[in-house]
Design a protein around this ligand. Structure first.
Ligand code: IPM
Ligand code: MG
Length: 356
């Protein structure tokens, strides 16, 4: 097959980790007889430096015309003083909106070879961590009206959280269909004791649940969920939640696996085209030093093959190569353990490629 992949290297460690993921994709293409064509799409701080805006129209066009998009990370302290409408993150939000990527899937799975890195008590970790956060990605307070104005002699800022039924329904379907392929349990997370948007969320998710009688639905308040994720993560299979709650809970979920550098994510809309990225940020403190862990991005590339290109065997090959590399005791700094071999970003990429 021939596929065109838009490449957003981004800022900080972005270029290093994406380069390793592209190397792994090339190895898969050679093994399975595919052709992947890469088209660069500058976005984030580097695009502000080169074009004055975080997402130039040409980059957006490239992404909209590609079969999928692979992203490293954007942002960094260099652009902190940009006006809020021109921050690197704005580029990402604009891209998500323009590609209509309403569902963001972030797995929280503990790799058995990395259980020593899990920050939870051993008896809690022993019950296993294997759940998925499905985050609504283009609604809620992120995409509501934002304003700052002078009111009664002081500055007053407002961010509006709004949800329409269809925005809730479509992401709920994603969660239930995912649960059908897993352990058939959806936990919907909201703040229905306080927020109108959450009461609507709860009603619509409950309605969608009726179409999936084989899946159990539980509702949980977000404050309780934040606590339950560290108290007993084994109770979760698929979590579905709105944009801001999902942003917060998915960071918490990744950290308890002990390896934020290992976790990929996919963002999808109606078609097969998606945006794939590691869930970690641009880590400017270690940028350009060959210290970053490229595994999150490499596993994001595997997710792209599986979900956008329907290449399950190819994705399995990448995931198996990552597992074997970890089994061989090869580690980047963030997941280093006693008795293992410390390698840099490039060497980790090469080790994984050699196992494709
Ligand atoms: C994420 C990030 C983004 C978000 C930022 C960079 C805008 O934190 O993908 O979780 O808040 O969605
Ligand atoms: Mg986040």
């Amino acid at each position: 097959m021939e596929k065109t992949i838009a490449i957003i290297k981004g800022d900080g460690i972005g270029p290093e980790i994406v380069t390793e993921a592209m190397g792994v994709l090339d190895a898969v293409a050679a093994k399975f007889g595919h052709t992947f064509t890469y088209v660069d799409a500058p976005m984030g701080g580097c695009a502000i430096d080169a074009f004055g805006v975080p997402l130039p129209d040409s980059s957006l066009e490239t992404c909209l015309n590609a079969d999928s998009v692979l992203l490293g990370a954007v942002g960094g302290p260099k652009w902190d003083s940009q006006p809020s409408a021109n921050r690197p993150e704005r580029g990402l939000l604009k891209l998500r909106g323009a590609m209509k990527l309403y569902s963001n899937v972030r797995p929280a799975r503990m790799f058995s070879d990395l259980s020593a890195s899990c920050p939870l008590r051993a008896d809690i970790a022993a019950k296993g961590i294997d759940f998925v956060v499905v985050r609504e990605l283009i609604g809620g307070v992120y995409f509501g009206e934002h304003s700052t104005a002078e009111v009664d002699g002081e500055q007053k800022a407002t961010d509006i959280m709004a949800y329409a039924e269809h925005e809730i329904r479509r992401v709920a379907h994603v969660a239930f269909q995912m649960a059908q392929k897993r352990r058939r349990r959806v936990t919907s997370i909201d703040k229905a004791n306080v927020l109108d948007t959450s009461r609507l969320w709860r009603r619509v998710v409950s309605e969608v649940a009726e179409e999936y009688p084989d899946v159990e639905l539980l509702h949980m308040y977000v404050d309780n969920a934040a606590m339950q994720i560290v108290r007993d993560p084994s109770q979760f299979d698929v979590i579905v939640t709105e944009n801001l709650f999902g942003d917060i809970l998915s960071d918490e979920a990744s950290q308890i696996t002990g390896s934020i550098g290992m976790i990929p994510s996919s963002s999808m809309g109606e078609g097969t085209r998606g945006l794939y990225e590691p869930i970690h940020g641009s880590a400017p403190d270690i940028a350009g030093q060959n210290k970053a862990n490229p595994i999150g991005t490499i596993l994001a590339a595997a997710m792209m093959l599986r979900y956008s290109f329907d290449m399950a065997a190819e994705a399995d090959t990448i995931e198996a190569a990552v597992d074997q590399t970890l089994k061989a005791g090869i580690r980047c700094g963030d997941i280093m353990q006693a008795g293992c071999t410390l390698v840099g970003c490039r060497e980790m990429g090469a080790e994984i490629r050699s196992r494709i």
